[in-house]
Structures are given as structure tokens and as C-alpha cells.
Design a protein around this ligand. Structure first.
Ligand code: MGD
Ligand code: MGD
Ligand code: SF4
Ligand code: MO
Length: 882
């Protein structure tokens, strides 16, 4: 089979992938050496794509009210209910909630249907939770939503400031490009600004562990300092900007003392950062969710941009503010106008001339004149009945929106919910009246745009399974059934052609987004389309950077400084809720785990939901490592494993966003998060929720491995993950069961003829069971009154093995024994290398990441774990020295 060139469906780096179908539903995956985003590299998630292609959990046919249905029936139901709702209650009574994970073609059709034909603007997307503060900040400063720079800027610069970005885990291949550039040019400096120490801060020359939510003060202080020190580019400011005086007036309060007070940082480290920034001409400031997901998110963005405008460091090689996007097509969604307050092709909904332009182009009967509801308000409108029919596509709001229990309540009372997804069971699909099966990555056909404005093709290399259909096709078929013309494209190429033509329609250089060069692309051209940067107007070559000429897209073509007075986060800690909950991502999982959660390799890095806490706070609360903690806010609660680490600052805890009701008993972190939003962008404050932690007084803890899926019903705590050859399960209960064997039967259901070996130590509350079927280990259950201490990696490795008498005894003793060392928690997921193995290699003399790689292979494939290996080497050597 020949390899198909496509693009990774995870993060906004947008790596090129070579996929070679194996003819049996799977594919061999490799990085595309010719793709300009990654030049052949892939991270742990990208490398494991081949393991996520199985069909066992896929949604393969439409379902209407719990019953399998034909497409004809399902589409008729959707079209009729939407049409009836609009007839009876007006166009504002229906809504779409879509995603930065659909392709540009899907997104274009959704937006055209809602804004051009239904005639309302109630289409919003999970990008509201992700990029909307950056969009709003860009528009305030530049007049348009424009990312000025490219990935090369991170390699060509002398100073990279990473603020609110865990690039090492969230944009791993871009991080590797940065790390390689720094290794080649050691004079390059990296500063990280994040309340936590992360894998990214391992690369930093300076780490500023600022107080959560205080970035505006830090950057306003920087602006004030740069101006006072005469570091401004006077010619650039005079010719190409406006509003500096007001911005400086707002920043005046932030002398070094005030910055230190608000950020909690030392004066020395603040001075050091300001000096580096002032004295380095080539600076790139990279930012992500620590900036965007804040009730001051838009101000944070503008405070950063202000510093670049003052110094004229924008649009030139190695210089500029750089918002890195999260989802694979966050940028494409912005290009088609997928947010409720945009139109299409970077045109404005509030501008009558823009509306006329789009209406003329679409030949549409009506256009909304007002922005629609933003995500949080949209679900509030579902809750109070204003929105009566909702179509959710490629996102899991029951788990990912703030105040998630209110979201599920809204979904439960909504008269009509349509969900298009690729998997059967999600926390959201539970509430669907109609479930529509979508084609997934590997089957889909279209384009995505990455963080640096590069448009790449996603190409199919597998046939659509079952009755799955493309998302854009589902939308177009409903539109046609509702009687709307203009939705009859033959293929995705036709949609892209129309999108490209609209971008050039009446443009003449007045708008940044113009890909008119592709307005007449044919199917063959589309199939052969190589990755390109926008803009590319008709007759021109693609342009890599914006704004080097100092011309922006405001009416006077000048960039605007924005005054950004500091505002504290919306939530208040203290009293019953003394800690701040910060939320985010881990290296090997993608969002709500519907795809990355399928592979044993990716779940081995972290196998259960957890909360990170500083040792001081843990001691104060009586929490020990491996305890379970009930984390509560005024909105909701979660039950999570405690991870004690000094990398977490005192007073704040961190929990990942990934686990849902599909993998664990009570782990949806957004059930806790209050729906406070930024007043400009509407983006929720996902990183600052006042919470309390209490020890979960479990009377029983357990760990199980099994070749079959365990039954978890009725357990007070459970977390289930795939493991090589089966499943792994963590469990806990408030009360130890009277009959441990009954628990074994309920959870692992040993087959009638199975041989069950048991061990117990009543005084310590220990029960251990090993179940053998046909002589091989079928399942094992370890119960104890304390958190179970056992060599988990080793135990998983025994699953499906034939064990002799001595080995069986050792298994029940829960110890690996001489013959089989326990790898420990997995660090390198490509080669399944754990902490214990790395520590042993370091003791054996391997004292660099390269040396560890040479003896264990760890870190030598995708490289995503290299920062963690480096940290383990440092820790082991410090322990030896001590
Ligand atoms: N492995 C993995 N990679 C991903 C994803 C994934 O699910 N898994 N998702 C993708 C998506 S959609 C997105 S949006 C990106 C997100 O990428 P990132 O934004 O890099 O990831 P997060 O972990 O959400 O948050 C980044 C950091 O912000 C810090 N932070 C919290 N509060 C503050 C603050 O007040 N100020 C500052 N300066 N920092 C703060 C957090 O401690 C955290 O380390 O990742 C993308 N890449
Ligand atoms: N507390 C807190 N909350 C957060 C965040 C945070 O940092 N903290 N981050 C926010 C951010 S930045 C983001 S981006 C969101 C992400 O949150 P979500 O978008 O809700 O998360 P996903 O798991 O990516 O959901 C995608 C869904 O689409 C399905 N899917 C995948 N491919 C396709 C396809 O081609 N077509 C269709 N129809 N379905 C598909 C998947 O199976 C899955 O069910 O979470 C947000 N929520
Ligand atoms: S960095 Fe990893 S997740 Fe992101 S696009 Fe590249 S391979 Fe995919
Ligand atoms: Mo995101």
C-alpha cells in the first residue's frame, strides 16, 4: 500500500502524517518528513494514532430515541424538528454547538446553514472555551483576528517568553523544534511564566511562578518599564499605532513594588525578566490557555501585544506575539466565522456592508444582524427553554463546559438534542434524541489550519465504516431537506472552492484572510494540495508573516494599544474554599479521551484522574500520597487520587481535564468550575476555581487487572483504563465489604470453571485473588485497608501468562521478585519505560538523556518524554548526592 499524506487530528501544531493502511482496518503511522510543521517528527499521541483506529466503540449507524434508524428517517426527523421549531418559535430557538475538531469544509457548511439560511447567529463552538480571548485581543489590537508569525520565529529568535503555555506537553513537536534551536544556539533564552513548574519550565533559563491570574500586572509593569527606559520604537509607534498614552496611563500603577505585590514574585526575578525583554531585540511571546482561559483573558492578550507594539517587535523574523492554537482546526473555524460573533471569511456580523457582501455571495434569504449566543450563554438558553433544538457536533460539552452539571441538566430538559460523533458512548451522547455517526480521522476528507496559518489536507486512507457520513454532508442534507438551495456540493473540494472564493469576494486587500488563489481549484488540485500559509490572494504566492510593513486592518490601518487595568480573578478563595483549582492537560491524553483513552500505551503515563497538591497543603489537610480526595467547589465535586508534588505552588491545586463518566466514577472536573467569563470574549475562567479538599475516608482500596472489562457499578470510587491484554481498575469503597469474595464475583465475574487462588491477612485488611482460566492469569484483585501498594506495571505484564506454582505464589505476594523487575510508572510511552528503570540506569552511570536513551531506548522515538527523563536524572543525582 502506498502511504497517504495527511495531518494529525490532535493539536494545533498540525503535523504532517504518512499513513499506510494495512488492509485490515489499521494503518502504519509515521511523521511526514516533507511537512513544514514537523519535518517527520510526531509526539506520543501522534505516534499512537494507529492504535486508535479500531471500530469496537464506534458509532456506526444513526440512532433515533434509542433505536437504530435509517439515515433517511434520522435526517427527516432532524430537518422537520428544526423547521417546526423555527416556525413556532423563530430562528433564535435553534442552535448549533460545534468544534475546532471538525474540518474547515464541515465548519463552513454549518456556519452557512445557520447564519445564511436559518437566519440566526446561534452557532458557537468549543473554541469559545479555547481561543476566543485571543481572537478578541487580536481584533482589538490589529482590527482582525490575525496571528502575525510562524513557527520559524521560535527558532530564529533570541528570547522566547512562554506564558500560560505547557508547550512541552501540549504542542510537543513545536516544543522540540524550540529545544533543538536552543541546543544549537545556547545563547537563546527561554522564560516560562506559569503558577506551576511544568515539563516546559525544565527548558527555561528563568521560571516565574506567578500568582494565578496575575499576568496583566506583570505585562503592564513591563510596558511601563520599557517606556520609562526609552526602549520604545518611536518611529513605529508614531507611524503605525494609536492609543499608547491610555495604555501607559493604565500601566502607571505598576511599578516594580506593585507588580511584586500582585504577582507574588520577587523583585529580583521580575527585574531579570524585564531586563531580558528590554535588551533583546528578537523576542517571541508564546501564550495559550493560562492567558486565554481567564476572566481577564482578553486583557492578558492585549497586555502582551502592547509590549510588542511598543518595541515594534512584530511581523519580523524572530519577533512577535504568538497565540498557539489548541485544536487541529481552531484556526479554520475562525476563518469560516464559526463563532457566534463572527460572520464568515473574517467578516463582521455587525457591519452592514459585510453582511451585504456575504448575503450576495450566498444568495441567502436572510442574515442575522446581531451576534448569537456565546457557549456559556447558549447552554443557559437551553436550560431556560429559549433554545429548543440543539445540534452538537464533535465536542463533549457535558464534560468540557464549566458548571457541567448545569449543562447536563440543560441537555436533559432540552426538547431536541442531535449529537454527531464518532464514538457511541460519551457523557454528552447520553442526552441525544438523535445520534448521527460521523466519519473519523483517517476517513474524513478536507482541510485544517494550524497555529501558524498553514492550511493542510486531511486525506482519507480508510473507507468510511458502517453507515458513517461526513459531518459536512450531514449538515448539507439537512439543509436541503429544509428546502434551502446552495448545499449541493459534489465533494469537499467543492466546499473548499466556495470558501476560497468568498475569502476573495470584494476583498481587494482590505481583509487579512484571502485565499483567492484557490478559488477555482479542481478535484485533482485539491487532492494534490500541498500545505500553504494564508494569505494567498489570486495570482500571488503565499505570505508567511503579517505586519512587517506596519499596516494593520483597523480603519486607519494603525495598530491599537489597549489600556489593560488589572482585575483580580472572578472567584474568591477563603473560608470554606481555601484553595485555587487550576485545570489543564497531560502529555498523553487528548481532551475527553474518546480516542487517546483507547490505547494502553497512552493511558500508562497516567492511569487515573488525579489532583496535584503541594506538600505543605497536603500535610495541613492530612492528605498523603495515593490517598483519594474529595475536591469540592460551590458548583460540584470530584473524587481524585492525590499526587503530592513540590512543583505545585502552595495554595493552589491542579487537576487534568480529561477524565469523564466513561472512565471514572466522579471525575468531570468541569462540574466544579464556575461559569465566570471574560467580559469581552465570553471565554470561561477555567483556571481559577475556589475549592476545598477533604480526605476520602475509604475503608477499602483495590487494584485489579482483568482480560475482560470489569463491572464497576456500585463502587464508591473506580477508574478504568485499558492495559496490555485487558484492563486495569483502581477502586475504593467507604466500607470494607463483609465478603471480599463476593466483591471479586461482582467486579471480575470469574468463569464457572476458573481456578481462584486467594490470600488474606485479616489484621491488615488484605485480600488478594488471582483467577486462572486454562492455566493462564485471567484476572487479579488486590484489596487493602490502605492504598494498594503493588508493582502495577509488573502485574499487568502477568495478564494472559501461564504461571508455575512459585510464580503464582509470588503474584499473590504482590511482588515482582528477582526475575521480573517492576518498571514503575511509565515515562516513555513509546517503549514502555518506567521511572524505576530510568532510576536504575542513572545509578548505573547514565547521566544524560542521551545515555538513558542509549541503554533503555527511552526518549528516542517521539521525544515527548525527554524533559521528564531530564528531571528524573536530576532528581536521582540529587538524591545520591544527598
Ligand atoms: N497532550 C495534550 N495536548 C493538547 C491538548 C490535550 O488535550 N492534550 N489539547 C489541545 C488544546 S485544545 C489546547 S487549547 C492546548 C492547551 O495548551 P496549554 O494552554 O499549554 O495547556 P493547559 O494545560 O490548558 O494550560 C497551560 C498552562 O497554563 C497555566 N496557568 C494556569 N493559570 C495561569 C495563569 O494565571 N497565568 C499563567 N501564565 N499560566 C497559568 C497552567 O498551570 C498550565 O500549565 O493544548 C492542545 N494540546
Ligand atoms: N476546566 C477546563 N475545561 C476545559 C478546558 C480547560 O483547560 N479546563 N479546556 C477547554 C478547551 S481549550 C477545549 S478545546 C475543550 C475541549 O473539549 P471537547 O471538545 O468537549 O473535547 P473532545 O474530547 O475533544 O470532544 C470531541 C468529541 O468529538 C468526537 N469527534 C472526534 N472527531 C470527530 C469528527 O470528525 N466528527 C464528529 N462529529 N465528532 C468527532 C470525539 O469522539 C469527542 O466526543 O475543553 C475545554 N474545557
Ligand atoms: S505535536 Fe503531536 S498531537 Fe500535535 S499535531 Fe504533532 S503529532 Fe499531533
Ligand atoms: Mo482548546
Amino acid at each position: 500500500m502506498t502511504a497517504v499524506r495527511t495531518t494529525c487530528p490532535y493539536c494545533g501544531v498540525g503535523c504532517g502524517v504518512l499513513a499506510r493502511a494495512d488492509g485490515a482496518g489499521g494503518a502504519a503511522i509515521a511523521g511526514d518528513p516533507d511537512h513544514p510543521a514537523n519535518f517527520g517528527r510526531l509526539c506520543s499521541k501522534g505516534s499512537a494514532l494507529g492504535e486508535t483506529l479500531s471500530l469496537d466503540d464506534r458509532l456506526l449507524h444513526p440512532v433515533v430515541r434509542g433505536v437504530r434508524a435509517t439515515w433517511d428517517r434520522a435526517l427527516a426527523e432532524v430537518a422537520r424538528t428544526f423547521a417546526d421549531t423555527i416556525r413556532d418559535h423563530g430562528p433564535e430557538a435553534v442552535a448549533f454547538y460545534v468544534s475546532g475538531q471538525i474540518l474547515t469544509e464541515d465548519y463552513y457548511v454549518a456556519n452557512k446553514l445557520m447564519k445564511g439560511f436559518i437566519g440566526a447567529a446561534n452557532i458557537d463552538t468549543n473554541s469559545r472555551l479555547c481561543m476566543s480571548s485571543s481572537v478578541a485581543g487580536h481584533k482589538r489590537a490589529f482590527g482582525t483576528d490575525t496571528v502575525p508569525g510562524t513557527y520559524e520565529d521560535l527558532e530564529q529568535t533570541d528570547l522566547v517568553v512562554l506564558t500560560g503555555s505547557n508547550l512541552a506537553w501540549c504542542h510537543p513537536v513545536l516544543f522540540q523544534r524550540l529545544a533543538a534551536a536552543k541546543a544549537a544556539r545556547p545563547g537563546m533564552r527561554v522564560v516560562t511564566i506559569d503558577p506551576r513548574r511544568t515539563a516546559t519550565s525544565e527548558l527555561a533559563d528563568l521560571h516565574l511562578g506567578l500568582a494565578p491570574g496575575s499576568d496583566v500586572a506583570l505585562f503592564a509593569g513591563l510596558l511601563r518599564r520599557l517606556a520609562a527606559a526609552g526602549r520604545g520604537d518611536a518611529a513605529f509607534i508614531a507611524r503605525h499605532t494609536s492609543g499608547l498614552d491610555a495604555a501607559l496611563a493604565a500601566a502607571a500603577a505598576f511599578d516594580i513594588g506593585a507588580v511584586a505585590r500582585v504577582t507574588g514574585l520577587g523583585r529580583g526575578e521580575i527585574e531579570q525578566f524585564y531586563r531580558l525583554f528590554a535588551e533583546t531585540e528578537r523576542v517571541v511571546t508564546v501564550y495559550s490557555q493560562g492567558v486565554n482561559q481567564s476572566s481577564a483573558g482578553t486583557d492578558k492578550v492585549n497586555a502582551i501585544i502592547n509590549a510588542h507594539l511598543l518595541t515594534g517587535r512584530i511581523g519580523r523574523p524572530g519577533m512577535g506575539p504568538f497565540s498557539v492554537t489548541g485544536q487541529p482546526n481552531a484556526m479554520g473555524g475562525r476563518e469560516v466565522g464559526g463563532l457566534a460573533n463572527q460572520l464568515a471569511a473574517h467578516l463582521e456580523i455587525g457591519d452592514p456592508a459585510h453582511r451585504a457582501l456575504v448575503q450576495d455571495f450566498w444568495q441567502s434569504p436572510q442574515m442575522p444582524t446581531q451576534p448569537g449566543l456565546k457557549a456559556v450563554d447558549l447552554f443557559e438558553a437551553v436550560h431556560d427553554g429559549r433554545v429548543k433544538a440543539l445540534w452538537i457536533m464533535a465536542t463533549n460539552p457535558a464534560a468540557s463546559l464549566p458548571d457541567a452539571d448545569r449543562v447536563t441538566a440543560a441537555l436533559a430538559r432540552c426538547p431536541f438534542v442531535v449529537v454527531s460523533d464518532v464514538v457511541q458512548a460519551t457523557d454528552t451522547s447520553r442526552y441525544a434524541h438523535v445520534l448521527l455517526p460521523s466519519t473519523a480521522w483517517g476517513e474524513k476528507d478536507g482541510t485544517v489550519t494550524n497555529s501558524e496559518r498553514r492550511i493542510s489536507r486531511q486525506r482519507p486512507f480508510l473507507p468510511p465504516p458502517g453507515e458513517t457520513r461526513h459531518d459536512w454532508r450531514q449538515l448539507a442534507e439537512v439543509a436541503t431537506r429544509m428546502g434551502f438551495p446552495g448545499f449541493d456540493w459534489p465533494d469537499a473540494a467543492g466546499v473548499f472552492r466556495e470558501h476560497a472564493a468568498l475569502s476573495a469576494h470584494g476583498n481587494h486587500g482590505t481583509r487579512d484572510f484571502d485565499i483567492g488563489a484557490h478559488a477555482a481549484i479542481d478535484r485533482a488540485g485539491y487532492d494534490a494540495l500541498a500545505p500553504f500559509h494564508w494569505p494567498q490572494p489570486a495570482g500571488e504566492a503565499p505570505r508567511a508573516r503579517f505586519f512587517a510593513d506596519g499596516r494593520f486592518y483597523t480603519p486607519d490601518r494603525k495598530a491599537r494599544f489597549v489600556a489593560t487595568p488589572y482585575r483580580a480573578p472572578a472567584g474568591r478563595t477563603g473560608g470554606a474554599r481555601p484553595l485555587i483549582l487550576n485545570t489543564g492537560r497531560v502529555r498523553d491524553q487528548w481532551h475527553t479521551m474518546t480516542r487517546t483513552g483507547k490505547t494502553a500505551r497512552l493511558t500508562s503515563h497516567y492511569a487515573e484522574p488525579f489532583v496535584e497538591i503541594n506538600p505543605l497543603d497536603a500535610r495541613h489537610l492530612g492528605l498523603a500520597a495515593a490517598d483519594l480526595a474529595l475536591v469540592e467547589s460551590d458548583r460540584g465535586r470530584a473524587l481524585l487520587r492525590v499526587l503530592v508534588t513540590a512543583r505545585q505552588r502552595p495554595g493552589s491545586v491542579f487537576a487534568p481535564i480529561h477524565w469523564t463518566g466513561q472512565q471514572a466514577s466522579q471525575s468531570r472536573i468541569d462540574a466544579l468550575v464556575a461559569p465566570h467569563v471574560d467580559p469581552v470574549s465570553g471565554q470561561p475562567e477555567s483556571k481559577f476555581t475556589p475549592v476545598s479538599l477533604t480526605r476520602f475516608a475509604a475503608g477499602l482500596y483495590g487494584f485489579a487487572v482483568s482480560r475482560r472489562r470489569p463491572a464497576v457499578e456500585g463502587l464508591d470510587y473506580w477508574a478504568l483504563a485499558p492495559a496490555a491484554g485487558g484492563f486495569r481498575l483502581e477502586l475504593a469503597a467507604l466500607q470494607a465489604p463483609a465478603d471480599a469474595a463476593a466483591l471479586l464475583a461482582a467486579v471480575l465475574a470469574p468463569a464457572a470453571g476458573a481456578e481462584v487462588l486467594a490470600y488474606r491477612d485479616v489484621t491488615r485488611g488484605i485480600h488478594r485473588f488471582a483467577v486462572f482460566a486454562d492455566g493462564i492469569l485471567d484476572a487479579a484483585l488486590f484489596l487493602a485497608a490502605e492504598p494498594v501498594e503493588t508493582a502495577r506495571g509488573w502485574l499487568i505484564g502477568q495478564l494472559g501468562q501461564a504461571l508455575d506454582g512459585a510464580e503464582r505464589l509470588r503474584l499473590l505476594a504482590g511482588r515482582a521478585g528477582a526475575g521480573g523487575a517492576d518498571p514503575g510508572a511509565i515515562v516513555c510511552s513509546c517503549f514502555s519505560v518506567g521511572v524505576n528503570q530510568i532510576a536504575a540506569a542513572v545509578r548505573g552511570g547514565a547521566c544524560t538523556v542521551e545515555a538513558v536513551g542509549a541503554c533503555l531506548k527511552a526518549g528516542t522515538n517521539c521525544g515527548s518524554c525527554r524533559m521528564e527523563i531530564g528531571r528524573l536524572i536530576d532528581a536521582s543525582r540529587a538524591a545520591e548526592a544527598g
